[in-house]
Design a protein. Structure first.
Length: 366
């Protein structure tokens, strides 16, 4: 490990940053707020622009280059896996190996390794589960973002201090609701829906609009590459009735303040993505979720948001009725406060790392 500069703790933040997924960049916002001000930061990123907007003095590391990231470890004291589900093989087995290599090499070099606000899995391959089970012991501290991840780690008897709380994004300040504008759709491509399934959602939207004659639709893409083309594809497939196409507009989620403002002005948000659900709640918007993954259903249940499973959609009329009933039902501030308080375990996990050497732990900024 190289010589530490000026006694400042050198911290490498590793995550899915700068990949045009607003949810992951929003997690970076929260993580930066929870770190001590005197950290010497390095951050893995693909597109540097959104990351430098958040941390202009940070050193950027090309996140798609394992070699560049390993070189950054040579000038690192603390490695933080910052939010999301990095230890999973649904993206690719190669992606999992990337993070496990960092974990093992950081441990071998004597670095402090923190898994902050992580989800564990999905791990669909037997060899993936075998590798992760053995590599998790290389972490110094772990905070999980959902009960299922904690339960799996406990079954594996991982000998590391662990905590669990809601996704760290719940600690974002948010903003109050002040409008009654469009119905906002944060949908993503998914293999769980065939043509008939998409048609069922399209017909439910059409029935909802029939009851909200002055409403418009905003398709808000949280992941630019994955989500932006979805409305056009659905139109080409004949999924969206002409009435919906006529009142639809599209936008890409470029910043958290912009998204919070759009949600706050909406009359209803229908998210598929986890972090769209969280930010909609923080904006005070009525919500009805669609779950492609257990993490979405779990967050919806915690926030008392109705949630329909894409793998088991009810009849069109029931979908439309569920959505219609949510209009005007704003989140309960007391419930949100409790969720935010529970999510403070991620801050506490970081504080514990800085307390080890006698440094003052950072205060919660959420």
């Amino acid at each position: 490990m190289g010589q530490r500069a000026s006694g400042r703790r050198r911290v490498l933040l590793c995550g899915y940053y700068g990949e045009h997924n607003l949810g992951d960049d929003a997690l970076l916002d929260v993580l930066l707020r929870q770190l001590p001000d005197d950290c010497q930061l390095s951050i893995t990123a693909h597109d540097p622009t959104p990351v430098l907007q958040r941390a202009p003095s940070a050193r950027l590391v090309p996140r798609r280059s394992l070699l560049a990231t390993l070189r950054a470890l040579e000038q690192t004291d603390v490695l933080v896996f910052g939010g999301g589900s990095l230890l999973q093989d649904s993206t690719s087995f190669k992606s999992l190996l990337y993070y496990l290599a960092l974990l093992l090499i950081a441990h071998a070099r004597g670095l402090t390794v923190v898994l902050w606000g992580q989800g564990l899995g999905p791990l669909r391959r037997r060899r993936s589960r075998w590798l992760v089970r053995r590599c998790l012991a290389c972490a110094s501290r772990i905070s999980w973002r959902d009960p299922a991840s904690l339960a799996l780690a406990q079954r594996w008897r991982i000998p590391v201090p662990m905590a669990m709380g809601p996704d760290p994004l719940w600690c974002h300040p948010g903003n109050p609701r002040h409008g009654d504008g469009p119905i906002v759709l944060c949908w993503r491509p998914t293999s769980l829906l065939d043509h008939q399934g998409w048609c069922r959602l399209g017909q439910a939207l059409d029935q909802l609009i029939a009851k909200q004659s002055d409403a418009s639709l905003l398709w808000l893409a949280f992941h630019a590459e994955q989500d932006e083309s979805l409305p056009g594809w659905l139109s080409d497939q004949g999924v969206l009735p002409a009435r919906l196409q006529a009142i639809s507009t599209t936008a890409v989620a470029r910043s958290v303040p912009d998204v919070l403002d759009r949600f706050a002005r909406s009359r209803l948000v229908i998210p598929m993505r986890l972090h769209a659900l969280v930010l909609a709640q923080l904006a005070g918007a009525p919500c009805a979720a669609l779950s492609y993954d257990p993490k979405v259903a779990a967050a919806a249940a915690m926030a008392a948001v109705p949630c329909l499973e894409l793998s088991d959609l009810p009849a069109t009329e029931l979908i439309s009725a569920c959505w219609h009933q949510q209009i005007g039902h704003n989140p309960d501030p007391e419930r949100l406060a409790r969720i935010r308080q529970d999510a403070g375990v991620h801050q506490s996990t970081l504080n514990a790392v800085w307390s080890v050497d006698g440094s003052e732990p950072c205060a919660a900024n959420s």
